[in-house]
Design a protein around this ligand. Structure first.
Ligand SMILES: Nc1ncnc2c1ncn2[C@@H]1O[C@H](COP(=O)(O)OP(=O)(O)O)[C@@H](O)[C@H]1O
Ligand SMILES: [Mg+2]
Length: 206
């Protein structure tokens, strides 16, 4: 049992996750919370090195299983060395992507199995689950327009990103954990306000 509060922000490429993670961090800091903003894959020295491999566009022969295990390995390090310690000292942790991204990308879109990937993540993190998950929903067409990078995940096919999008929606509608789905096509201040309201509610009701 930790005293902090763990928030995951999920969604496809260009959904506005990083934008909203920063706005939410500023908002919570202004309320006096210690806020740790982090991202996946990455967040720690080891996990950032794994990120470099995972997102390297020059690698075009990575088996889906390797990909899933590397994401899980990065998450294991991130959970043990950054997220859990921050929560134990009472911080609010805002994580740009977490388990649901693995479930959507590797479990559904890569076809490895959503239950299997969920179990792998749970095992890798010793069951460190978010207290609250924000899913930012953006259609694949908008997502493609907003995409800036050319990393190995972003350059996957439109069909792949469509599967990811469908999977995120399925996860959001079937989730029995604390969860909010946000329409990511609205303007960023609007979205930020919806998110802070939802987070305040979730932190109160915990
Ligand atoms: N609500 C929004 N409406 C329009 N464009 C947005 C919105 N939020 C973010 N963007 C823009 O879309 C791009 C991707 O945003 P970003 O926050 O980096 O997404 P993600 O981290 O989910 O990939 C950036 O250029 C950003 O400025
Ligand atoms: Mg981002």
């Amino acid at each position: 049992m930790t005293t902090g509060f763990f928030i995951a922000i999920e969604g496809g490429e260009g959904a506005g996750k990083s934008t909203q993670a920063n706005l939410l961090a500023k908002h919570l800091q202004s309320l006096g919370f210690e806020v740790v903003t982090t991202r996946e894959p990455g967040g720690t020295h080891t996990a950032e090195k794994i990120r470099d491999i995972l997102l390297d566009p020059k690698i075009d022969d990575m088996p889906a299983t390797t990909e899933a295990l590397l994401f899980a390995a990065a998450r294991a390090d991130h959970a043990a060395n950054l997220i859990r310690p921050a929560l134990e000292r009472g911080a609010v942790v805002i994580c740009d992507r977490y388990i649901e991204s693995s479930v959507a990308y590797q479990g559904a879109a890569r076809g490895l199995g959503v239950d299997y990937i969920r179990q792998l993540s749970a095992w890798a993190t010793h069951d460190l689950m978010p207290d609250f998950t924000i899913y930012i929903d953006v259609p694949v067409t908008d997502s493609a327009e907003r995409m800036e990078g050319t990393d190995r995940m972003e350059i996957q096919s439109r069909d792949f990103h469509t599967l990811v999008h469908q999977a995120f929606r399925d996860i959001a509608s079937n989730s029995n954990s604390a969860h909010v789905q946000i329409d990511g096509t609205r303007d960023r201040e609007d979205i930020a306000e919806q998110i802070s309201t939802a987070v305040t509610e979730a932190m109160k009701s915990r």
